[in-house]
Write a protein that binds this ligand. Sequence first.
Ligand code: ZN
Length: 453
Amino acid sequence: MATLVVATLALPVSAQDVDPRVETVLAQVSAERLKATVDALAAFETRHTLSSQTDPRRGIGAAAQWIHDQWRTASPRLQVAFDDYEIPAQGDRIVRDVRLRNVVAVLPGRTARRIVVSGHYDTVARPVPPPATAASLPSASGGAAPRPASASGGFDWSAGDIPAPGANDDGSGTALTMEAARVLAQSGLEFDATLVFIAFAGEEQGLVGAHLHAQRARAEKVVIDAVFNNDIVGNSRGGNGIVDAETVRVFSEGPEDSLSRQLARYIQRTAARYVPSHRVRLIARHDRFGRGGDHTAFNQRGYAGVRFSEANEHFGRQHLVADTPDGVDAVYLSRNTKVNVASVASLALAPAAPAVTTERGVPLLDRSPSGYDARLRWRAADGAVGYRIFWREAWTPDWQFDRHVGNVTEIVLPDVSVDDYVFGVAAIGPGGHESLVSAYVNPPRTAVDIKVK
Ligand SMILES: [Zn+2]
C-alpha cells in the first residue's frame, strides 16, 4: 500500500522541471576523462591545420584520427566520419593547398533536424612569446590576427610545424564536445533531434572548417536548430588574477529576439535547473569584442548558434606554446560540459519549436477579441502535447512571465497590450521537455522615399 501511495504522489515526468534521466546523464560527465583528453590533445605537440597529416604521433592528422577513434569506441550508436575538403591556397593564412578535415559524430534522432555541439581541434602559436598587449590579441575573422611574422611576435602562417599545444584553445572545447558525445550516446536515451558533434579544423585560419560545413548544410537545406560552440572553456584563472570557476559566458548575436538569443535564454533557464551551482552569464554580443568563432559561420547563414567561453580569459597563454594542460581546470571544464549536456539533452528531447507566423511570415498576434487584448495563435508542432507561452515588457531582455496553456493553438490575454509586451510560445513534448521559444517579432519597416517635385 505504501508503495502505491508513493507512486501516486510521485510527479509524472511531464510535470517535473528536471528529468531524472537527464540528471543521470550529467552524473556520467567525468572531470578525469576531460583532463585525460586535454592531455592527449596537447601531446600531439601541434594541431595546426598545416601541420603533418601523416605523422602517426605529431600534428593534426594524428589528432584527427585519435578523435575519430575515441568516438568509435565510445558507442556503436555514434556514426563517426571525417568531413574532408580539398582546398587551394587562399588568403594570407592558407599558404598552400591543404586537405581540411573536420571530425564528425552523429547520434541519429527520430527526426532529421539537427543540434550541433562543437569545438575546434586545430591550434596556432606565435613563434616568439610577445608581451600580452592589445595589439597582439586575435581579431574578428577567426582566432588569430593576420599579422606578418616579425621579431615583435606576430604569426608566421607558413610555420605550421612549430609547437602549439592548444590545451585550452581549443583542446578544452574539443574535450567537452567529445565528452558530451560519449555521455549522450551511452545514455540509451532516444532523442527527437539528431545530435551532431563536430571537431572543426581551420578555425585559426578564419573559421574555415566551420564555413565549409555550414555552407554545405545551407546548400543542402539541412535543418539545424541550434549550434553550441565551445571555444576556450577550461581555464578558471584570468590573466589578471581574477579566479572564477562558477561562471560561463554565452555569447549570442542580436537582434533581441533572434533565434540565437532564444537559444541563449534557453541555455540559461535549463542550466539553472540542472546545474544550479553554475552561473550562465548571457552576453548580448555575437562574440567577444572584435572577435569571432565557429558559430559565426552558422549565424551568417541564418542558423541559431551561440559561443561558450570561460568567465575570464588568460591572454598570456592563448596562441602561445604556454597554452599547456596545467592551465586547464578540469572540474571547471566538467561544469561547463554539464551546462552543455543538460541544455542539449532537453532541447533534443523536446519537439521542434512551433511556428508563430503564417506560411507567408505574418505574425499570428492580434488584439482580438475586444480590440485591447493579446491573442496569440501558432501552428501545432509535431509531437507536442502542450505549449507554454512567455511574455515580457518590451524594454526587458529576458522573459518575465510564462504560463502552461495545455494542448491548444490559441490563447487570449485580456487587456494585455500587444504594443507593450513581447510574446513567445514553446512546444512541450510528452516527457515535459520544452522547445526553444518562438517569438512574435515585429516586422521591420523599410523607408519609402516620398516623391518630390
Ligand atoms: Zn579558439
